[in-house]
Write a protein that binds this ligand. Structure first.
Ligand SMILES: [Zn+2]
Length: 159
């Protein structure tokens, strides 16, 4: 077992589930919201917040018990935690490692922030399409109105 695996194992005292590491410090609650986790009926979740990190200034680690996140769910997180690394845990060991992919388009992840956009018209239901125009820095525009979207606004408008 590598040193990396040892430290991973120390952090992950869950039997089965998903561990999301390298979430930017303080963003874990947003990540849970994006995954629809945290309601009364939710799986057990543990959080480690503001852990010192080499890769990030500080990071959060999220452990979700008895739930294996799929790639589709993970890709939603690209908006707030593009550097996150994800481990699927089975019987206390890492069974699979997944990475988050920022695709060129996010469909039905968040709503356009502009009230006069065609997507705000409930009589014309359209999929909410956001285009990723640039990655560093992140530049996201609405497919319909072309307006530049602020990440903070999008986080408030998650679907
Ligand atoms: Zn729009």
């Amino acid at each position: 077992m590598s040193v990396n695996e040892q430290s991973m194992r120390r952090v992950t005292a869950i039997r089965n589930g998903t561990v999301i590491d390298h979430v930017p410090g303080g963003m874990s609650l947003t990540v849970l919201k994006m995954l629809g986790i945290g309601g009364v009926m939710s799986n057990p979740v543990s959080l480690l917040m503001n852990v010192p990190s080499k890769k990030l200034v500080s990071k959060d680690i999220i452990k979700v018990e008895d739930r294996e996140l799929n790639q589709n769910e993970l890709d939603r997180l690209a908006l707030v935690a593009p550097e996150a690394s994800v481990s699927i845990i089975r019987a206390y060991s890492v069974a699979e490692k997944l990475t988050i992919n920022l695709s060129d388009e996010m469909v039905n992840v968040a709503r356009c922030a502009f009230s006069n956009c065609i997507t705000s018209n409930s009589r014309e239901p359209l999929p909410h399409r956001l285009l990723i125009m640039g990655r560093d820095p992140l530049e996201i525009r609405c497919h319909y109105c072309g307006k530049l979207q602020e990440i903070n606004d999008l986080v408030e408008r998650l679907i």
